[in-house]
Ligand binder design. Structure first.
Ligand code: SF4
Length: 352
């Protein structure tokens, strides 16, 4: 038995992970990380079996944001060459949602850039949600529209929205170094408004923003205490044209330790591997799924993910099942081995 096994055993018996224990998990050495994953995966299986919740993002409005979040390609001052467009029409939003649902997603995340919605924006989204729910009544809809004003969460709930995403992004003690146009308290207040209206809170963080180990644990503890029911763990994607360009603080093993820390702190919550999964976990994505129990299918807000078929193959290859889906993800069977036609014996360059 390792100390990780002891901690997991205690958690299964009702122990609440302390800050010191979480820090120790986060600071596991590279060579002990596989043992850590093996131990913490027991928590994931105890509460979620081998199921993976598949979520799909629809970016309703991209770029053009007046806020200055330093990590964000959509922020004021970002010169990232992302798609910039204003609100999708209702039929376009429905078409995008349909694509994700057909691909196996059970939750659609309707996202719009900006500080927060006007009441007119909320009505626009309410109409879109109604159309999605009419066509796909079982689908969960999460809205992510920024800081909410009084009454807006209630209106979204009445329109059929199930959850509201608003990430705290980082620790309170680190927040002001990444954004100046709103405060940590603003973000927490919006999470509370969503909860007050009966929406399920989805709030997470971005790792790799220059935070210390203590600050990463601080953020995860805050999310636990806030009652975030689903916790997206984003790994910073350092877009060119943002203040965080060329910021590379993460390794695949570090990402696994971050997911393990999230799991020991919030063993029964949905932990979602969000943006940066392919870029940072790379060949260890499957191991990540033994800690987390939720992913996004396909593309992110302003960057492309791996092909949706590769996401589904990742689940099938790992023996995972899609939560809420009738079928197990299809195994990918190709057309047999590709015959080598390069390198030795040919005039084509070698694959090296
Ligand atoms: S408020 Fe949202 S869209 Fe705007 S800069 Fe911040 S993270 Fe990006």
């Amino acid at each position: 038995m390792t100390e990780h096994d002891d901690l997991v055993e205690a958690i299964l018996g009702g122990h609440r992970t302390t800050e010191a224990e979480a820090l120790a998990v986060l600071r596991t050495s590279d060579e002990d990380t596989l043992d850590l994953v093996s131990a913490v995966a027991r928590l994931r299986r105890a509460y979620f079996g081998m199921t993976v919740k598949v979520n799909y993002l629809v970016n309703l409005k991209s770029g053009l944001c007046p806020e200055d979040c330093g990590y964000c390609s959509q922020a004021l001052g970002s010169s990232s060459e992302i798609l910039r467009y204003t609100w999708l029409k209702a039929d376009e939003a429905l078409e995008q949602a349909r694509a994700g649902l057909d691909g196996g997603a059970t939750r659609v995340c309707m996202v719009a850039s900006g500080r927060g919605p006007t009441d007119r924006d909320v009505e626009r989204v309410a109409g879109m949600v109604g159309a999605i729910k009419e066509e796909h009544p079982q689908t969960e809809v999460c809205a992510c529209l920024g800081l909410l004003k009084e009454g807006q969460a209630e209106r979204l709930r009445a329109a059929g929205v199930d959850a509201y995403n608003h990430n705290i992004n980082t620790a309170e003690s680190h927040h002001d170094s990444i954004v100046s146009t709103h405060t940590y308290a603003d973000r927490v207040a919006t999470v509370a408004k969503a909860q007050g209206a009966g929406l399920s809170a989805c709030s997470g963080l971005i790792a790799g923003l220059g935070e210390s180990d203590e600050q990463l644990v601080e953020a995860l503890l805050a999310l636990r205490d806030l009652g975030s029911e689903s916790i997206p763990v984003n790994f910073l994607m350092p877009f060119d044209g943002t203040p965080k360009q060329q910021t590379w603080e993460l390794t695949p093993l570090r990402c696994l330790r971050i997911l393990a820390t999230a799991r020991v702190l919030a063993p029964q919550r949905e932990i979602r591997i969000a943006a940066g999964r392919e870029m940072h976990l790379r060949s260890l994505q499957t191991l990540g799924l033994h800690l987390a129990n939720s992913i996004f299918l396909g593309d992110y807000l302003t960057s492309e993910g791996q092909a949706a078929q590769d996401d589904l193959a990742l689940l099938a290859d790992g023996g995972f099942t899609i939560l809420g889906a009738d079928e197990v993800p299809g195994e990918r069977r190709g057309g047999g081995p590709a015959i080598r036609r390069r390198g030795a014996g040919t005039t084509e360059a070698a694959n090296a």
